[in-house]
Write a protein that binds this ligand. Structure first.
Ligand SMILES: [Zn+2]
Length: 156
């Protein structure tokens, strides 16, 4: 996608990280307070996570972008950003399946009330609220395959 367009690739990667950026201040604050990160979240925090984690929002923005964005470098980068954000949400839906986190989970379908991860969730990479390390066996396999793929693509 977007061959030989480094700006679009960067925008896509930034979009891929963007949905979780609203959680960084909360994570830092919980760490400073020495409490389990994300274990307790205010209604404002829960709402702040909804729009950037909405498959509905990103699909609508991508459709609008395809129709109305100019065929300029900035227009293409904006569309790439939205596609990156959508890929983040698509990746989150099947990987947020642990019922222990259901109360603090975005619906992934905002403004609709359907909790997509309860329908399409198949596993969860989180060990506990805000705790990702050490990775579970499935994640070790995925990380290993990713590293091997990068080595093959880059060096062979
Ligand atoms: Zn996310």
């Amino acid at each position: 996608m977007f061959p030989n367009n480094t700006l679009a690739h960067c925008a896509c990667a930034a979009g891929g990280a963007a949905p979780d950026l609203v959680m960084i201040p909360k994570f830092a604050l919980d760490k400073l307070r020495e409490v389990q990160p994300f274990a307790k979240q205010s209604k404002a925090m829960l709402f702040a996570k909804e729009p950037p984690h909405s498959i509905v929002l990103w699909v609508v923005l991508i459709i609008i972008g395809i129709i109305y964005l100019p065929q300029t470098a900035l227009g293409t980068a904006t569309l790439a950003f939205c596609i990156g954000a959508l890929s983040h949400v698509i990746g989150d839906i099947p990987t947020h399946a642990d019922p222990r986190f259901a109360d603090t989970e975005p619906t992934f379908c905002w403004p609709l009330k359907v909790k997509l991860s309860q329908i399409f969730g198949i596993w969860d990479y989180r060990i506990d609220h805000g705790l990702l390390w050490p990775p579970k066996p499935t994640e070790i396999i995925i990380i290993g395959i990713s590293i091997i793929t990068i080595i093959i693509i880059k060096f062979l």
